[in-house]
Design a protein around this ligand. Structure first.
Ligand code: SAH
Ligand code: SF4
Length: 356
């Protein structure tokens, strides 16, 4: 049996025309039902012939992750804990735009793996270790689930406006499924997200950055978190095996369209990487790459050896960057009351279940 949500547009067409002997416009109809309408069953596909619906039901099914838990933050952030077919747990987060009057624009944060093998010391997902890669249906199933939650809360037709791969996992370690999912996310007859509305966040891996850049399918956010190699190696030891000068050289080559920029993510850890001279060093790197900077105030993770930075240090850090004429945005610490930093909800669910 085949999960139809695991097929690319071309694979679905092959399945319907070659295996089921139907004309190709049927594939377009089914694709629309799956990705534009979010159908959960073949019975809903009202413009598809009964015979084809029966043939589909014999050979295939539609399966997406199930919502196990929904948490709402006071700031409107909704965090969903999802269960996969084999019982594994992942998270996705719906984050409303902070600008007032932005007519409920929502960014959805997606997971690409259950767990993560990179082991960054500040990260709850890293503490879990690697569990497994998510497939196409599991990556994009999160979007289908998120869209249903938004439609329920804000009315039919509501959907996330932007997608960011900043949930659990390192997307470049699941490159094939990532690229397939990005292709499907772009499909005009389906989810229809443009490149500008999708961002992949990565700690940067030598064999992954270039294929992602060459695919042209998403914008790039690079989790830098330290302005020099030695400090980076202390807080993200595995990622820092790729020396920073090589990483930066690769970033300089990263293909960008007109008015596009790389974003450097910088997680502020109190007393570790939040000093003014570190801001200046970060600023020099951002200049060199013509990058934007996203500052993130650390969200406390149980058992991690770090503290949140003080508001004064955060402000001083931002001021240094501004004085260099750089664009630096401090991301609100979204949903801190519901443990919305990546991996935290799953971590607490496993603790409750006694296996974490
Ligand atoms: N593996 C990818 C994408 C997932 S992590 C990456 O590292 O970029 C997404 C972002 O969440 C990263 O920038 C990561 O550093 C950040 N993050 C991890 N733990 C956090 C915490 N406790 N508080 C705030 N941000 C955190
Ligand atoms: Fe993995 Fe990203 Fe967490 Fe590092 S920060 S452990 S790369 S998910």
């Amino acid at each position: 049996m085949l999960n139809l949500l695991n097929l690319s547009r071309v694979e679905l067409e092959d399945f319907i025309t070659r295996d089921l002997g139907e004309p190709s416009f049927r594939a377009v109809q089914v694709w629309r039902w799956l990705w534009a309408a979010g159908a959960r069953s073949f019975a809903e596909m009202s413009n598809v012939s009964k015979a084809l619906r029966a043939a589909l039901a014999e050979r295939a099914f539609i399966y997406r992750p199930e919502t196990l838990e929904e948490q709402r933050s006071r700031d409107g952030t909704v965090k969903l804990l999802l269960r996969l077919a084999d019982g594994e747990l992942i998270e996705t987060v719906l984050i409303p735009d902070e600008r007032p009057g932005s007519d409920r624009r929502v960014t959805q944060c997606l997971s690409s793996q259950a767990g993560c093998s990179m082991g960054c010391l500040f990260c709850a997902t890293g503490a879990l270790g690697f569990v497994r890669n998510l497939d196409h249906a599991e990556i994009l199933g999160q979007v289908l689930v998120g869209r249903e939650v938004l439609a329920r809360d804000y009315g039919r037709g509501s959907a996330p406006r932007n997608l960011v791969f900043m949930g659990m996992g390192e997307p470049l370690l699941n490159l094939d499924n990532l690229l397939r999912s990005l292709e499907t996310a772009h499909s005009e007859q389906g989810l229809h997200f443009s490149r500008r509305r999708i961002t992949v966040s990565t700690c940067g891996l030598p064999h992954g950055l270039r294929p992602l850049g060459e695919s042209g399918l998403a914008g790039l956010a690079l989790s830098l978190h330290a302005p020099e190699q030695e400090l980076r190696a202390r807080i993200m030891p595995k990622a820092a095996r790729w020396p920073m000068d090589e990483l930066l050289a690769e970033l300089e080559r990263y293909p960008l369209g007109a008015r596009e920029h790389i974003t450097l993510e910088y997680l502020l850890l109190g007393g570790v990487n939040d000093a003014p001279e570190q801001a200046r060093a970060l600023g020099r790197l951002a200049r060199r790459l013509e990058a934007k900077i996203n500052l993130i105030a650390y969200n406390m993770t149980e058992g991690a050896p770090y503290a949140a930075p003080s508001p004064e240090r955060v402000l001083a850090f931002e001021r240094e960057l501004w004085s260099l004429g750089l664009v630096a945005v401090l991301r609100r610490s979204m949903g801190a009351d519901i443990q919305a930093a990546c991996g935290q909800l799953r971590a607490s669910a496993s603790n409750k279940a006694g296996d974490g």
